[in-house]
Every structure is written in C-alpha cells, then in structure tokens.
Design a protein around this ligand. Structure first.
Ligand code: GLN
Length: 471
C-alpha cells in the first residue's frame, strides 16, 4: 500500500486499525517529497522535526485511543504566510527571508490541539499576490499534471503538494481566489470560508477585509474536517463571527448567471453544462439568474485590495521587520530596504494602493469601489432569495503555461469568477469538474458553488453530491 495515496480519512482509519503508524506515514511523505520536490518546488522548506512530531502524535493516539481527534497524526502542508511558532515564515518574499514566527496562527494552534503536525511551508506568490506562484521570490512551482504549466496561485505550493501526494492536505489562504483557483488547476477540492468564520490571527495580512484561511484537499470529507477544526470565534481576531452550529440552505435550487459564465473558455463551458446536467440528475433544480454587477467585481477588487495591501505592507520598512538595508538617512533606508525586499508585482500593488487612497483620487477610485462592493452584495442577496447556490466555472480555463501571462492584466482576469465571494464575504467551494485537453494533455478544471454566509455545510453537501463521494 502506498501511504501517500491515502486520504486524511483513510489515514485516520489506518491508525485506528493499527495498519501503519504515524511515523510510517510521515516517512513515506518525506521520501516522496525528496523525490518530487526538486522538480515541483511545492515546498520552500521541509521541517526538520517531522519525525519527532509524528512520534509525539503517535503517543497521543495511543493515549486517547478511539477518543483521539480525527486529525491526530495527520501531516499537513502549510502556506508560507501562516505563522507556526519557531518556524520561518516568509510570504515567499525576500523581505521576510529570515523572519521566524513568534507565535502560532490560531488555525495552526487549533490543528496542533487536534494532534496534527506540519510537513513544511509551501511556495506562493509573494504576499499572496498572483494567480500562478510565479511571483514568488523563490522560483516558480510546477503543476504536477503538466510541469510546463503553473499550479495556479497564490496558494500554488499547497495545491501542487496535495495534488502530487506530497501531503494529504494543506492550508491555503484566499484574498480573491487563491485557494479556489489553484485547486481548480490542480484537480482538488478547496474552500474559501465565510469572512469571519476562520481567524486571521497569524495570517500575514494582504487585504484584511478579504483574507481567509481555508483547506486544500483531495476529498470533500477531508476539507470539511480541517475546516471544522480551524473555524470558530477567536478573541485575537475581532472580525471572527460568534460560534454557531452547522447551518444549511433550505432547497436544492442552483442559480446560473448565464452572461457571467460566458467569460469561460468554450470547452470549460461545455464541462460546466455537463456538470449542471449531473446535478439535475441528482435532484437539483437549475435556474438562470441575473447578476448584473458580476463583471465589475474584478475592477472593484483591484482597487480595494491594493489599497489594503499598501496599508498592510507599510510596516515592512526595514526597521521593524525583515530585510534592512542601511541608507544615507531614514527615508533612504526605507527606500533601499523596500526596493530590495519587494518583488515587482508587490511594488506595483503598493503604488496602485497608495494612489487610489491619495486625497485627490480617493473619491474617484476607492470610494466608488467600496460602493460597488455593496451593489454586488445586494445583487447576490437578491439572487439568494430564490436560489440556494450560485454556480460558475472556478476559472476561465485550465492551467496555463509558465510565463504565458506575463501581462499583469491577463493574470488578473484569472480572478474573474472568484471576486464576488471575497468582496461580499460569502463562502465558496471549488470541486473538480472533469478535464479539458491542451497540447494533448488532459488538465483539470473546477466548478465553484457559492452560498449565503455561514452555510458551508451545504457547500460540502453539494460538492459531495456532485462527485459522488460518500461519507
Ligand atoms: N489572484 C489574486 C491576486 O492576485 C489572488 C489573491 C489571493 O487570493 N491571495 O490578487
């Protein structure tokens, strides 16, 4: 039996049946990482205490027996913008190259409490800005389905690791699609939780009104298990919502914003139609819906996000954190450090953000973008009066070639279907919907479902129904 082939659920069952040990599983992953990671560059660092942590988890399993948490002994890969105490965390930036986390992110603390342990930190676009992982300061990550193609981004390292079986599951983060887009391009399941459902404490901030941590998995069950473990109110993040049990939508009606969906490539649209047919066959009703503001989501995002990025990254000034380069005076020191520490995409967004927030342009850009955000939320609220879910392809197309989208705007268009959920705080899940062929290679693409705030349980239900995954 290949231990790296097993899902989180299967690993847990194997531990309980004593078919293999946690150390066996940890070692199997380390062997595979050693073999595949030089090609894929999914991990920036594999932790040196993996076996020790596995032994510790093994003890917990023995002590707690059947009462152990279902994640006890599960190895997890972690995106390089989520803090693990005592480990480096760089957000794939030169700016934080040697930065060591001084505390655990709440999501990490909750996984540790459950008895899980961490394999390493995964590559990403610098500060989570990008859709291909090409904006990492530490070289690009490859898509295991075709290594000439990107794994998506910004959580591309996590997606590549899980798709290549270098980890059974991973944490990613979303500001606009950074979980859903790479899982679509790597054939996986990924959830962007409701804003406020998962604590942002210990997540290196990109766009604070948009950011959420979420799971990247091979099965719906596994994604739900990790989500259920990390979610919940947290005094360290004032935007977390009060705890609640599982809430569900009331019917099986799915809305399709037909005009919006036209932005996907023709064979992706064909797959999408077949997916809708499958869902019809499983008792779902499909109706067309109006979503007039949908095309403006991307424009609103690319104003709100850089505004928040420029604010959040201001603290990286060469003095308080990270890379520091001596200058002739204080201003020169800031400039030298930031010029050397940040990559080109980060600089572009910091400048754009400062511009849209500047006194002369605030009303014209930032204020209008935030107004647009409310219009999108109203459109969605209206749609959800009649339907429980909204479905679109997750991405316009499958994985693209490394270097193909060197024009930033063409890269930004990858986020077209992602933006509405992040801008309005609703949850969304991406699930595989078959493959399309490019250059003779079959490449996965995903379908996404959005639902009203805090109804993640229903997203897991529909995802499971679609792919026929049983509990
Ligand atoms: N593609 C998005 C961007 O470049 C990804 C942001 C994210 O979700 N972290 O902004």
């Amino acid at each position: 039996m290949e231990l790296t082939e097993l899902s989180v659920k299967e690993l847990g069952e194997g531990y309980r049946a004593k078919t293999f040990s946690v150390v066996d599983v940890a070692k199997a992953h380390l062997v595979r990482i050693e073999k595949e990671n030089p090609t894929l560059n999914a991990y920036l660092e594999v932790f040196d205490d993996v076996v020790v942590e596995a032994e510790r988890a093994e003890k917990i399993l023995t002590e707690k027996g059947a009462g152990a948490h279902l994640l006890t002994g599960i190895p997890i890969a972690v995106k390089d913008n989520i803090l693990i105490k005592g480990k480096k965390v760089s957000a794939a930036s030169k700016m934080l190259e040697n930065y060591v986390a001084t505390y655990d992110a709440t999501a990490i603390a909750r996984l540790k409490n459950a008895g899980a342990f961490f394999l390493g930190r995964t590559n990403m676009d610098e500060f989570a800005m990008g859709s291909s992982t090409e904006h990492s300061a530490y070289s690009v990550t490859k898509n295991p389905h075709d290594i000439t193609r990107v794994p998506g981004g910004s959580s591309g390292g996590s997606a590549s690791a899980v798709a290549a079986h270098l980890a059974p599951i991973a944490l990613g983060s979303e500001t606009c699609g950074s979980i859903r887009q790479p899982v679509s391009l790597c054939g996986l399941v990924g959830l962007k939780p409701t804003y406020g459902e998962v604590s942002r404490s210990g997540l290196i901030a990109m766009g604070s009104s948009l950011d959420q941590i979420g799971p990247i998995a091979r099965t719906v069950y596994d994604a739900k298990l990790v989500f259920d473990t990390i979610r919940g109110s947290d005094s360290l993040d004032g935007t977390t919502l009060p705890n609640q049990g599982e809430a569900r939508v009331s019917n099986k009606r799915i809305g399709v914003p037909r005009e919006f969906v036209k932005d996907a490539q023709p064979d992706v649209r064909e797959n999408f139609e077949k997916t809708l047919d499958t869902l019809r066959g499983k008792g779902y009703e499909i109706v067309d819906i109006e979503f007039p503001s949908a095309p403006y989501g991307l424009a609103a995002y690319y104003i709100v996000m850089p505004a928040e990025v420029s604010t959040n990254l201001a603290r990286l000034d060469g003095i308080r954190y990270g890379l520091s380069h001596e200058g002739k005076n204080l201003l020169d020191e800031y400039e030298q450090s930031r010029a050397r520490g940040f990559g080109p995409e980060t600089k572009r967004r910091v400048m754009l953000g400062a511009y849209v927030l500047s006194s002369g342009y605030y009303d014209a850009y930032y204020k209008r973008a935030t107004a647009l955000r409310s219009v999108i939320a109203n459109d969605l609220a209206k749609a959800f009066e009649n339907v429980s879910f909204i479905a679109t392809p997750t991405t316009p197309g499958p994985a693209f070639k490394i270097g193909e989208k060197s024009d930033p705007v063409s890269m930004y268009l990858e986020d077209i279907f992602a933006a509405p959920a992040n801008l309005t705080g609703i949850p969304a899940i991406s699930v595989p919907m078959n493959t399309v062929v490019r250059d003779g290679v079959s490449l996965p693409v995903g379908v996404q479902f959005m639902s009203p705030k805090r109804t993640e349980s229903s997203l897991f239900d529909i995802a499971r129904d679609l792919i026929g995954e049983t509990l």
